[in-house]
Design a protein around this ligand. Structure first.
Ligand code: SAH
Length: 352
């Protein structure tokens, strides 16, 4: 079984270096190289004998490689396909904004949540990603985009790719610690958003973990009846559970809560829904991201038209609920969560 060096924290790398009878400064050098996306063969200031020891112990340098990059001609958005060492394939996106570059990372191969509009859950969960495999996405894309080696190309991270972060809690929280490490990429927790479909027990855990990232809730409905039609998770946790948990999260972290609301024609997009949503969120420090549905062929759902989205948002605005329509990026590329990965797998599978 391969052991992934990017899974290790700085202090774990220090212990390893110590165990291998190497001087302490090798830990700084090794950790720095790993977080730059560099392979063993390129770690110029490390003696071959040290690298040989690591290899003999079963350690690997980078746990994934970029196998495809698609760049949008419209806005420069880049979609990435990565191959993991066990042959599994995951996807990610880099979005370029005025204030910096945001990477969207995957936390699982596939997903168990099976939301009615999402491509990631179509084949269920394949496996969890390790902390190092989540970090490796940031590391690889950062390297791919740093012409000037000194400056970090990635400024923001959203955990909104394939998978449910709270269904892989231990690895995801370790990833947050790794990517925030001052000896590594040192991305501020304030610049990281974690998106969940609402596994409420983990909202409390995260609130108590001293990792104050922005919590984003995929709400998509203001009442349980509507939510149950599109999100199986709502059979376990109702809207009232979510509201209680996010209030706890806000009290602990003082971070504004973000709600995502994808507009699905004839399901969650009436003015009645908008009024209910306003009532639900009244008085909470929050923001609503309205998302135009990215239709997934296999799912058979359609998006709400522009005019109705506007009318829906007008109700929220009238009720003083802060909201914005998420800019659609990279529209000329294969869009929604999990779609690009599926296409890649299909195109690269030879039927015998
Ligand atoms: N499992 C996490 C994160 C992954 S999805 C979660 O549920 O939040 C990131 C966001 O994209 C979620 O709000 C999800 O509901 C939304 N989403 C997924 N597929 C979509 C689609 N086809 N169109 C619009 N939004 C979608």
């Amino acid at each position: 079984m391969n052991k992934n060096l990017l899974d290790l924290s700085y202090s774990e790398v220090q212990s390893l270096v110590h165990e291998l009878n190497e001087p302490n400064f090798r830990a700084v050098q090794l950790f720095d190289w790993l977080n730059k996306g560099v392979k063993f063969s390129e770690m110029k200031n490390l003696p071959k004998a040290f690298i040989d020891k690591l290899v003999n112990e079963g350690y690997i340098d980078q746990p994934l490689q970029i196998v495809q990059v698609l760049e949008s001609k419209i806005d420069g958005t880049k979609k990435y396909i990565y191959k993991l060492n066990d042959g599994n394939v995951i996807e990610g996106v880099l979005m370029k904004y005025k204030y910096g570059n945001t990477i969207c990372v995957s936390t699982q191969v596939g997903c168990r949540m099976n939301c009615a509009f999402c491509a990631s859950g179509l084949d269920g969960l394949v496996r969890n990603l390790t902390a190092g495999e989540i970090l490796a996405q940031v590391v690889a894309v950062n390297r791919d985009n740093s012409e000037d080696k000194k400056e970090r190309a990635i400024t923001n991270i959203v955990l909104m790719g394939s998978g449910e972060p709270f269904d892989n809690y231990e690895n995801v929280t370790k990833f947050l610690q790794l990517v925030n490490a001052k000896e590594g990429l040192n991305v501020s927790l304030r610049n990281i958003s974690l998106s969940t479909c609402g596994l409420c027990n983990r909202i409390y855990d995260l609130a108590d973990s001293n990792l104050p990232v922005t919590l984003t809730i995929s709400l998509h409905a203001p009442d349980d009846e509507t939510r149950k039609k599109i999100m199986p998770v709502s059979n376990k946790y109702g809207i009232s559970d979510i509201m209680k948990a996010v209030k706890y999260y806000f009290d602990k972290t003082k971070r504004r809560i973000v709600f995502e609301y994808s507009m699905i024609k004839g399901v969650n997009d009436t003015l009645d829904h908008a009024n209910k949503l306003s009532k639900l969120l009244k008085g909470l420090s929050c923001h609503v991201n309205i998302i135009a549905l990215n239709p997934v062929k296999e799912r058979g759902l359609n998006g709400t038209n522009k005019q109705s989205i506007k009318e829906f948002m007008d109700v929220l605005i009238k009720n003083n609920i802060s909201c914005t329509l998420r800019r659609t990026m990279g529209q000329d590329l294969e869009g929604a969560c999990g779609q690009l990965r599926r296409k890649f797998i299909k195109d690269n599978t030879t039927i015998e």
